[in-house]
Structure formats: C-alpha cells, structure tokens
Design a protein around this ligand. Structure first.
Ligand code: KIV
Length: 292
C-alpha cells in the first residue's frame, strides 16, 4: 500500500501546478471501496448519490446522516490508501454551525477523513466552524443536487456571465473559509477554468471540462452498473449491468436444466459412509416406508 492520501496532500496538488490531475470516484460499501482503491484512485467519495444509485430514490434529499455514517463505516473498514470524503446530507448543515459540526463528527467517527458540503457564500460560517473543529471540508458548487427543487431540475449552471462571476465569488469565499478542495459540477469549461484560476485549492470537476485540477464520476456510471440515462459528461468504462444479467441468466438456465450444481460444486461422503447411507436410503424408499 502506498502513502495515504490526506487533506494536505490533496491541497498540495494545487501548489504543484502542472501536477497529475486528481482522481475521485464514489464508493458506498466495502467491495466497491476495494475496487476503487485497488485502481489507485486518490479520493473515495461516499457521495449522497448513494440515495439514487444504491437506495433507489429519485434524488439525494432522502438520505440521512445515519445512513451516510453506515455507508462510510463500510468503506472505511477496508482501510483504503485513498482519502475517504463523505457528503454531509441535505439539512445536516443548514440549521446552525453547532448542528453542522455535530453531524460532521458523526461521519468522521464512522471513518471519513473529511466531509463535503454544497453551496457557496451562505455556507461560509459552516465551513469555518468545521475547520475550527479540525474537520477538513470540501466544497461543491455549480449544479448542487441537494438544491434540485430550487434550481428547477438537474441543469447545467453558470451559463450567463453574471452567474459565472457569482460562482467565482462563491469559490473564492469557500477557499478563504478553509476548504481543501472544491467539486465543480455541470458548468461550462470556461467557467470552470475561471474558478480554477481564481482559487488556491484544487478544483475537481464533474461535467466541468478539462481545466479542473481533477475529475470525479459516480462509480455506477463509470462501470455501467445500471440502465439509467447517463448525463452527457459521463464516459462509461464498463458494462457491469449487462455482464451481470448475462451471468445471472446463465446461472438460472443451469439450475433449471440441472447443470448446476455439478460434482465440483458438491460435497461428497467417503465411499464407505456413502455405501452405508445409500443402503439406508434404499431401505426407506425401496421398502415403501416413506411412500405409505
Ligand atoms: O454524491 C455524489 O456522488 C457527488 C458527486 C456527483 C460529486 O457529490
């Protein structure tokens, strides 16, 4: 196992301009965490996208701090080299700074090394309170899925000059408040470039073009684990849903035809015990005891 990725080492990737882009992928349980970590990914995001891609909800709003802690603990138990960042779910950081720190602490105690929250200027007091409590924080700007109702849907953001300037202002405010990185979701590439140039922390893009300091995607999208309509910015590097259906169909067919289980998948008795029990079975069935 290589050196563990930490908030300072991620932060330093900005300092080392021209360094290799950061890679972040979501994971929600132990097997997916092992898969992502074995691939050498830098940051492992226990995203609130778990609500949609694992728990079957239509948006991210239903997931709770307890559920996020449950998934974080499963991921953290694998002791990945990658840094574990967990999303603070909707309404866990909106009411007060005390509430924010208490909820974040629950995720840190579950095994996260940092938390991520959505929003800009309005979240500055929460970011400062978390930093004050020694909890590394990542920001998330642009399309912020927890604002799906306020935004009127999952739409590309900052398409006008005024919105682009507001986004840069938000990013600068978050960076000054102490975030160690910022996710930029679904914004035009030039706007992502403006933000990336304006802040001294790494930007990690998802649907934000090539100018960010890193890229993040949802695991289930990268590996083609489900049929959902993929956003424009996803490139699928696998087709696990199709592979899974093919494998399971073959299993079902083998069970139905009697081809599974075969001798290799079956436990066998020693020859003498086998002979003894065979004669007992013969006695029971052959003598008609069981058929009476
Ligand atoms: O929850 C999530 O998966 C995320 C990514 C889209 C960045 O926040």
């Amino acid at each position: 196992m290589g050196t563990r990725v930490t908030a300072p080492s991620v932060r330093a990737c900005k300092v080392a301009r021209g360094s290799t882009p950061l890679v972040m992928v979501t994971a929600y349980d132990a097997p997916t965490a092992r898969m992502v970590d074995d691939a050498g990914v830098d940051l492992l995001l226990v995203g609130d996208s778990v609500a949609m891609v694992v728990l079957g909800h239509d948006d991210t709003l239903s997931v709770t701090v307890e559920e996020m802690a449950h998934h974080t603990a499963a991921v953290a138990r694998t002791s990945p080299r990658a840094m574990v960042v967990t999303d603070l779910p909707w309404l866990s950081y909106h009411l007060s700074t005390e509430d924010t720190v208490r909820n974040a602490a629950q995720l840190i105690r579950a095994g996260a090394a940092a938390v991520k929250l959505e929003g800009g200027l309005r979240r500055v007091p929460m970011v400062e309170a978390l930093v004050d409590a020694e909890i590394p924080v990542m920001g998330h700007l642009g399309l912020t899925p927890q604002s799906v109702h306020a935004l009127g849907g999952f739409k590309v953001q900052a398409k006008e000059a005024a919105a682009a300037h507001a986004l840069v202002e938000d990013a600068v405010a978050l960076a000054e408040a102490g975030v160690f990185g910022i996710v930029l979701e679904a914004v035009p590439d030039t706007v992502a470039r403006m933000v990336t140039e304006a802040v001294d922390v790494p930007t990690i893009g998802i649907g934000a073009g090539i100018h960010c300091d890193g890229q993040v995607l949802v695991l289930h999208d990268v590996l083609g684990m489900q049929d959902r309509l993929l956003p424009k910015f996803v490139r699928a590097y696998g087709s696990l849903k199709a592979d899974g259906v093919t494998g399971l169909s073959a299993f079902a067919a083998d069970v139905r035809s009697g081809a599974f289980p075969g001798p290799a998948e079956t436990y066998h008795l020693s020859a003498d015990v086998e002979a003894e029990l065979e004669s007992e079975i013969e006695g029971l069935y052959g003598g008609g005891i069981l058929s009476a």
